[in-house]
Design a protein around this ligand. Structure first.
Ligand SMILES: Nc1ncnc2c1ncn2[C@@H]1O[C@H](COP(=O)(O)OP(=O)(O)OP(=O)(O)O)[C@@H](O)[C@H]1O
Ligand SMILES: [Mg+2]
Length: 330
């Protein structure tokens, strides 16, 4: 499937952006993955980082998990596929966070540090229509896009962070070698809803925070809380060059009219909330993304939205939002 996208890149120094909202289902993963796809098509080297134990970003990038097993199909397939053997040495973001226990003499174990590099996989999109086909031939590479594989074990991330000295710096510390080596132009961090204290580690690593909301819930309240968290993080890490900033709000699943403007009458209270958000946050609102079944379809088929239907209106919405955040050029 080739892309018709005419998007071109603008950024030439690396950026780290995190997609947050403590409300579940607020389009964080959809938005992070949509931007990742658009930026990669525009020629930026993109790393999407999946911090969520649901591993949805990993799934969109072609790596589905065996439920309850704690590792993707890929590992099981690797034994039979010589070209996948190298993947047996790969890890997930959880080992990057927590380190890896290895035997160290009889009855003893030691913990090894795992660099982020080891959890990076090249993003793939599904070319086989058979969703149960997990063979390497079922996928083709997505140029310029890599994924740091998520893990079910990230449900325990907060405890792991608490165990570590300066745990709040774990993500920043792990990204640093990649940034120093100029490996990527854009780092996009897909956060789980319930990140609790793990959120400060994200804010320490990502100067640019994107609040993701839908017009359906208590999102305004959640955004206000996020703003407090950012201020607290700036204060706690005063002197450590930590300045998280709410640079954008993306409103997903909005009802739009045929001309692309927000339908303020459809959806009643939801439409009113969109207006309230614009009033409260003004130009920080960088995008209104329309409700579209293609989002779910692309997700199920493990393909980025802009590859699935490059000329669709929902992709145009995401492209406009990416332009207004300066990720890609108009
Ligand atoms: N523009 C859209 N139109 C239709 N459906 C959408 C749209 N954006 C997102 N969705 C759907 O809404 C649901 C939630 O989206 P998503 O997974 O991106 O949210 P999330 O904030 O990452 O959720 P979680 O907190 O569980 O990680 C998904 O089923 C997704 O397919
Ligand atoms: Mg998600």
């Amino acid at each position: 499937m080739s892309s018709l996208a005419k998007t071109t890149a603008v950024a030439n120094t690396h950026r780290v952006m995190a997609f947050i909202n403590q409300a579940g289902g607020s389009c964080k993963t959809t938005t992070a993955a949509a931007f990742a796809g658009l930026a990669a098509e525009a020629g930026l080297r993109v790393l999407l980082i999946d911090l969520d134990s649901q591993c949805n970003a990993s799934k969109i990038c072609g790596y589905e998990w065996l439920p309850g097993v704690g590792r993707p199909y890929l590992y099981d397939l690797a034994e039979d596929h010589p070209d996948l053997k190298a993947n047996l040495d790969r890890r997930t973001v959880f080992e990057v966070l927590a380190g890896e226990k290895v035997p160290d003499g009889p009855g003893k174990q030691k913990k090894l540090d795992v660099p982020m590099e080891r959890a990076i996989f090249p993003a793939r999109y599904r070319v086989s229509p058979d969703l149960n086909d997990h063979s390497p031939e079922a996928f083709a590479p997505v140029p310029n896009l890599d994924i740091v594989l998520g893990s079910e074990l990230m449900a325990d991330a907060v405890e792991e962070i608490a165990k570590q000295e300066m745990g709040g710096f774990w993500l920043r510390r792990k990204l640093k070698p990649l940034i120093d080596a100029n490996q990527y132009d854009l780092y996009l961090v897909d956060c789980p809803a319930a990140l609790d204290r793990g959120l400060s580690a994200v804010m320490v690593a990502a100067p640019e925070i994107i609040g993701c909301v839908t017009p359906g819930g208590k999102e305004m309240e959640a955004l206000v809380k996020a703003s407090f968290s950012m201020e607290a993080v700036r204060n706690i890490y005063d002197g450590h060059d930590v300045f998280p900033e709410l640079v954008g709000i993306i409103v997903g699943r909005v009802h739009k009219k045929k001309d692309g403007t927000v339908n303020r009458f459809k959806g009643g209270a939801a439409a009113k909330r969109v207006s309230d958000l614009e009033e409260a946050y003004g130009s920080v609102v960088k995008g209104m993304i329309r409700e579209d079944v293609r989002v779910g379809e692309a997700y199920d088929q493990q393909i980025t939205l802009s590859q699935y239907d490059p000329t669709s209106e929902v992709v145009a919405d995401y492209r406009a939002a990416a332009v207004s955040l300066g990720i890609v050029a108009a």
